[in-house]
Design a binder for this molecule. Structure first.
Ligand code: FAD
Ligand code: NAI
Length: 465
């Protein structure tokens, strides 16, 4: 039976793409509903992604620092021990305050939460829990799911996805992480700091594909010093679960003799895939691309008029802030404004210690595209604040157009890189040159001074090295 009062917009999915889109639609005066099948709002990011992982990264970093970092600064701490249930309770409470926060924001902005699985039954109708809701526009923001690995069945006990890795009941003896990307390095770091031996098995010859290669290489060296072992150029071809753990079969990626690896916990983190099942997309004619993502044009319109899509379910980096930007842009387009996302200035951050942060093009991309560029680099060993923090690992690298000096990319490996990258994204958003960053007064002593120095180094005139 159709709902009596139709909506202007129904957003399906309440992750950072969907909930932000719904709030912005409501702010712009559109009658808005958001459909969510989970018991709580916030999607992958708030429930089983960004937020819980960062709570565990933060807690485990403090544990590591208390045990191994503080004494070098003259702070003696005795009897440091891990209370894993308390760490998990901290994580759960952070998740709860964030997800209930979205509920509050929905009430404040008068966004209706339609609880249940949303199915598109016509271009203007979404069915939820047996009720058909009419709407002028539909925004699909159904996110992504874990990418499975054939032969390595996830049971969330011994062989876990990121979701299981956020709730292990005890610290594993030996955790094998399959995939040296965002999740593998973040969750691998967490469990290594808490006491597990961690081995990262990566198919490629390097970690962090998509990031600047020089950054990835140095990151690997730093993580190896922290105790993580790496098996690069290696693929996992099978897993057998026993009482004691898991026996993995691994082979060189390019072919060769197989061997086995024993682990008590295996984390599968080889990427995520768009979540499009059960939505009724085929029936209404919404087309997917070759990677099963919803196909959209430059205005996030799908192949069916009135149906839009944003976030992990479409092309582009699977990042919360990218989904949010798209959510805002679509809301503004639906309200008759001119929403826009600058895909050239979307930062990415890996929250390990030190952090890896990137925005814009990598050196490899610029080479592939035949762009002439200049490079400015500055190491944290030469930054006063980094020395004071005992956090001198890493560097800032600024890539600028050789002819115009426009900043094309910035790559940072270092403590708080994720915070530092914001000024670089801002600079790129405004079309800044390296000279613009170099001539901007940076407070002293801050880690950000390394960004200024790297910008100066583009022109061969750093001051402190
Ligand atoms: P999602 O957040 O996936 O939300 C989609 C929602 O739609 C879900 O709640 C789902 O239940 C709901 N849904 C799906 N189908 C239906 C349906 N038919 N009806 C009703 N509801 C439906 N990104 C970052 O930028 N920073 C990070 O630090 C970070 N950390 C991460 C850590 C982990 C462990 C993981 C797994 C991911 C992390 N990400 C991070 C990625 C980030 O979570 C995603 O990019 C982001 O959540 C995508 O947002 P979204 O709105 O597109 O979809
Ligand atoms: P990922 O794409 O970041 O990394 C996957 C890694 O697995 C790659 O290095 C890839 O080469 C490797 N791989 C693929 N198949 C393999 C195989 N068969 N054997 C061994 N290695 C294999 O994906 P990940 O880590 O699963 O994360 C999914 C996405 O979630 C990320 O791409 C990112 O968009 C998002 N995310 C973002 C975070 C952040 O912003 N800090 C944190 C966690 C996730």
């Amino acid at each position: 039976m159709a709902d009596a009062s139709p909506y202007d917009v129904i957003v399906i999915g309440s992750g950072p793409g969907g909930y932000v889109c719904a709030i912005r639609c409501a702010q712009l005066g559109l009658k808005t509903a958001c459909v969510e099948k989970r018991e709580t709002l916030g999607g992958t990011c708030l429930n089983i992604g960004c937020i819980p992982s960062k709570a565990m990264l933060q807690a485990s970093e403090k544990y590591e620092e208390a045990r191994h970092g503080l004494a070098a600064m003259g702070v003696k701490v005795d009897g440091v021990s891990l209370d894993l249930p308390a760490l998990m309770a901290h994580k759960d409470s952070v998740v709860k305050s964030n997800t209930t926060g979205i509920e509050y924001l929905f009430k404040k902005n008068k966004v209706d939460w339609l609880k249940g699985l949303g199915t598109i039954t016509a271009p203007d109708t979404v069915e939820v829990a047996g009720t058909a809701h009419r709407t002028k526009a539909i925004v699909v923001a159904t996110g992504s799911d874990v990418m499975p690995l054939p032969g390595v069945a996830i049971d969330e006990q011994r062989i876990v996805s990121s979701t299981g890795a956020l709730s292990l009941p005890a610290v594993p003896e030996h955790m094998v992480v399959i995939g040296g990307g965002y999740i593998g390095l973040e969750m691998g770091s967490v469990w290594a700091r808490l006491g597990a031996k961690v081995t990262v098995v990566e198919f490629l010859d390097f970690i962090l594909p998509g990031m600047d290669r020089e950054v990835g290489k140095q990151m690997q060296r730093i993580l190896a010093k922290q105790g993580l072992a790496f098996r690069l150029g290696t693929k996992v071809t099978g897993a057998a679960t026993t009482e004691a753990g898991v026996t993995l079969t691994v082979e060189p990626a390019q072919g060769g003799a197989a061997e086995t690896l024993e682990a008590d916990t295996v984390l599968v983190s080889i990427g995520r895939r768009p979540h499009t099942e059960g939505l009724g997309l085929e029936a209404v004619g919404v087309a997917l691309d070759d990677r099963k993502r919803i196909r959209t044009d430059g205005h996030w319109r799908t192949t069916v008029p009135g149906i839009y899509a944003i976030g992990d379910v479409i092309a582009g980096p699977m990042l919360a802030h990218k989904a949010e930007e798209e959510g805002v842009a679509v809301a503004e387009l639906l309200a008759g404004q001119s929403g826009h996302v600058n895909y050239d200035a979307i930062p990415g951050v890996v929250y390990t210690f030190p952090e890896v942060a990137t925005v814009g093009k990598t050196e490899e991309q610029l080479k592939d595209e035949g762009v002439a560029y200049r490079t400015g680099k500055f190491p944290f060993t030469a930054n006063g604040r980094a020395r004071a923090m005992n956090a001198t690992d890493g560097f800032v690298k600024v890539l600028a157009d050789a002819r115009t000096d426009r900043v094309l990319g910035v790559h940072i490996l270092g403590a708080e890189a994720g915070t530092m990258i914001a000024e670089c994204a801002m600079a790129m958003e405004f079309g800044a040159s390296a000279e613009d960053i170099a001539r901007t007064c940076h407070a002293h002593p801050t880690l950000n001074e390394a960004v200024k120095e790297a910008a100066l180094a583009v022109d061969g005139r750093p001051l402190h090295i």
